[in-house]
Ligand binder design. Structure first.
Ligand code: CU
Length: 162
C-alpha cells in the first residue's frame, strides 16, 4: 500500500514527517539490528492449512506467525466457516483453551499438529479438500491479518527440516 502524494504540499509534509520520525526513532531504541520489544511488530503468516475434517462439527487449523518487529499478541480469530473459533494449546495430550498467544519479538508463534492449534466449532459447512477458508487473525497491535487457509487432506502434514 503506497500512498502517492498528488501535490507538492503533500510531498513537503511527507518529508517533514519522515524527518520527525527519524529523530524520534533515533532516540532510545537500541538499533543493533535486533528489534526491541517495544518496537512496532511486523507480522507475517505462513504455512496455513486445515486438515479436511471427517465431520462437519469441528476442524483444526495450523499456521506459523513470524514477527520481525516488537512483541505482539494474538487475541482472537474469526472466520466465515465458524462463529466459534478458539485458541487451543495441547498440554500432556489434553487440549486447553487459551485467551491469547504471545508473538515474541523477533520470534515465531507456531500452531502445529499435536501442539497449539486453532479450533473451529459449529461449522457452517463441512470444508472439502481444495477449498480455501477465509480466516482473520486479530492482533493487539498489528490489527487484523486476513489469510486464506487451504483445506488439505485429512492426513496432510507439512514437510519440514529439509
Ligand atoms: Cu482443540
Amino acid at each position: 500500500m503506497r500512498r502517492r502524494p498528488g501535490r507538492s504540499a503533500g510531498l513537503l509534509s511527507a518529508g517533514v514527517l519522515l524527518l520527525a520520525g527519524g529523530v524520534l526513532t533515533g532516540c532510545g531504541s537500541g538499533d543493533d539490528g535486533s528489534p526491541s520489544s517495544s518496537a512496532a511488530p511486523e507480522i507475517e503468516v505462513s504455512g496455513a492449512y486445515m486438515p479436511a475434517p471427517s465431520m462437519d462439527t469441528m476442524a483444526a487449523g495450523f499456521l506459523t506467525v513470524t514477527n520481525s518487529g516488537g512483541t505482539d499478541t494474538l487475541t482472537s480469530v474469526t472466520s466465515d466457516l465458524s462463529d466459534d473459533v478458539t485458541l487451543h494449546s495441547t498440554e500432556g495430550g489434553a487440549m486447553r483453551e487459551q485467551t491469547s498467544f504471545t508473538v515474541p519479538s523477533g520470534g515465531t508463534l507456531e500452531f502445529a499438529s499435536g501442539g497449539d492449534h486453532l479450533m473451529f466449532a459449529k461449522l457452517t459447512h463441512k470444508p472439502e479438500q481444495g477449498e480455501k477458508v477465509s480466516v482473520e487473525l486479530h492482533f493487539a497491535k498489528s490489527g487484523t491479518v486476513r489469510i486464506s487457509m487451504p483445506v488439505k487432506s485429512a492426513t496432510y502434514s507439512p514437510k519440514t527440516g529439509h
